[in-house]
Design a binder for this molecule. Structure first.
Ligand SMILES: Nc1ncnc2c1ncn2[C@@H]1O[C@H](COP(=O)(O)OP(=O)(O)O)[C@@H](O)[C@H]1O
Ligand SMILES: [Mg+2]
Length: 260
């Protein structure tokens, strides 16, 4: 199983959208995909018409009830999506209280990694949608994944936050003795605006090595898909956004150290 985290401490930059778009495109290639919602807001969970306020079981229970090595239990938490090849490990809003409840307990940084290890043969890919705060959930995602995707809005302020965030991520990785490859993905790119164009140029200057050379454009069809609760490629197979995500996927797959 290949495990990728989609992370950025800023909200509204396209993390959840990227998880859904990439997950759908992997399924289109016949891959078995697990999408994991680590965000207490539960946007990914809501995307698939599950209610993060009243689901009986979620990722939360893997932590709180310490059932993360119980494969049969984990499977009862997992929900279907609108594609047979794609499943969802949902979030509930109770995840927001996790920090306080488990802080200081041993092994809490490895709960997700251990759960996913139970599912190793069930899925080809797991895509982790992460919360915007540095806490036990993001730490879990970083410990579990083999690669990091950082969607970044092509807007001046978003790029300014990027430096600080990469610094934080590196700090966490160092504490875990890990060095994950990461790829910065420019998102919400609008070539008609000067702000987008100059920011993208600046990103290319500053982050050559770890920057995806293309960008995900603004495409209202992505918003429509989320509104309808369908995967973007189901809504518009050749839409601009979907085509860009297809390019991104092939780039990520090629660059994946776990490939082969
Ligand atoms: N490329 C895009 N073009 C147009 N709208 C987008 C695009 N990417 C995301 N959106 C919309 O922007 C909002 C925030 O995106 P989302 O993926 O939820 O960000 P995050 O998970 O980082 O908070 C959502 O309404 C989503 O539909
Ligand atoms: Mg989100």
């Amino acid at each position: 199983m290949r495990i990728w985290s989609i992370a950025n401490q800023k909200g509204g930059v396209g993390k959840t959208t990227s998880v859904v778009a990439l997950g759908g495109l992997l399924a289109e290639q016949g891959k078995r995909v697990l999408l994991v919602d680590l965000d207490p807001h539960g946007s990914l969970t809501s995307y698939f018409r599950q209610n993060p306020d009243n689901l009986e079981r979620s990722l939360y229970h893997l932590f709180f009830e310490q059932r993360y090595k119980d494969k049969a239990f984990i499977q009862t938490v997992i929900k279907p999506t609108s594609l047979p090849n794609v499943s969802l490990l949902p979030a509930t809003t109770s995840l927001a209280t996790l920090e306080r409840q488990v802080s200081g307990q041993d092994g809490m940084g490895l709960v997700l990694a251990r759960s996913l290890a139970q599912l190793w043969d069930e899925y080809d890919y797991a895509l982790l949608d992460t919360p915007p705060i540095l806490g036990v959930l993001l730490v879990n995602a970083l410990a579990a994944c083999q690669r990091l995707v950082i969607p970044t809005q092509t807007e001046h302020l978003a790029m300014k936050g990027l430096e600080r965030m990469i610094h934080t991520l590196k700090m966490v990785m160092r504490s875990q003795n890990r060095n994950l490859p990461f790829m910065i993905v420019p998102t919400l790119f609008d070539r008609r605006t000067l702000a987008s164009v100059t920011t993208l140029k600046e990103m290319r200057r500053l982050y050559q090595d770890s920057l995806w050379q293309e960008a995900i454009p603004v495409d209202t069809r992505l918003r429509d898909a989320s509104h309808e609760g369908v995967f973007p490629h189901q809504m518009d197979e050749q839409g601009r956004g979907v085509r860009a995500y297809r390019h991104l996927l092939s780039e990520l797959d090629v660059a994946d150290p776990g490939r082969g």
